[in-house]
Design a protein around this ligand. Structure first.
Ligand SMILES: Cc1cc2nc3c(=O)[nH]c(=O)nc-3n(C[C@H](O)[C@H](O)[C@H](O)COP(=O)(O)O)c2cc1C
Length: 170
């Protein structure tokens, strides 16, 4: 009979087989930049344009971002695994060595070198177990990359890179 701990570990392993991109969700709190690394991010709605992410209830940065109601999603590029790790550590001065610019719509930090960014305004939050599900309206967006740029991928607990040519659509 598997214990709750066994099932929890198995769940993490199984979910780790689903590859995702990696983003840093950022905002401004009391004039200072804040942010955290997130993989549970997706496009939600086209009309109106909305995004969805889920945040651990233990996050210390999210309540600061939520209080302002505005955020930026920075899509990490290949080579930004160090940035992703920096923003995955609670209670540190995450922006100490990060170059960023204030987003035109929200002032939220747009991190230099990312693949794309989206500025958004929080619409709703919902209960998601030990996470909070956040929906937000897109206010501004831009791809910062050229066609050859590559994303940062997270798969089976490791950062990876896409180095295969695109498959032909079936
Ligand atoms: C690849 C990766 C993906 C992550 N995805 C999420 C996520 O989807 N939601 C979340 O709340 N935390 C996620 N985390 C963990 C947070 O980044 C981490 O708990 C961070 O310390 C939170 O910082 P904070 O306390 O400053 O908010 C992820 C971490 C990594 C490395």
């Amino acid at each position: 009979m598997p214990t709750e701990q066994d099932l929890s570990a198995e769940y993490r392993t199984v979910m780790g087989h689903f590859p995702t991109g990696v983003v840093v969700v950022s905002g401004i709190s009391g004039g200072a930049p804040v942010g955290l690394t997130v993989q549970s991010f997706m496009a939600l709605s086209l009309q109106p344009r909305m995004i969805l992410l889920s945040v651990d209830r233990g996050s210390t940065s999210w309540p600061l971002i939520a209080a302002g109601g505005k955020l930026a999603v920075n899509v990490m590029a290949q080579g930004q695994e160090g940035v992703a790790m920096t923003f995955a550590k609670s209670g540190t001065d995450k922006f100490a060595e990060i170059s960023w610019a204030a987003g035109p719509e929200t002032g939220s930090p747009l991190i230099e070198g990312c693949q794309a960014w989206i500025e958004a305004e929080v619409a709703q939050t919902y209960d998601g177990g030990d996470h909070v599900i956040v929906t937000a309206h897109v206010l501004a967006m831009r791809t910062a990359s050229d066609d050859d740029s590559q994303p940062l991928v997270f798969f089976r607990s490791k950062f990876r890179q896409l180095d295969q040519p695109a498959l032909v659509a079936g």
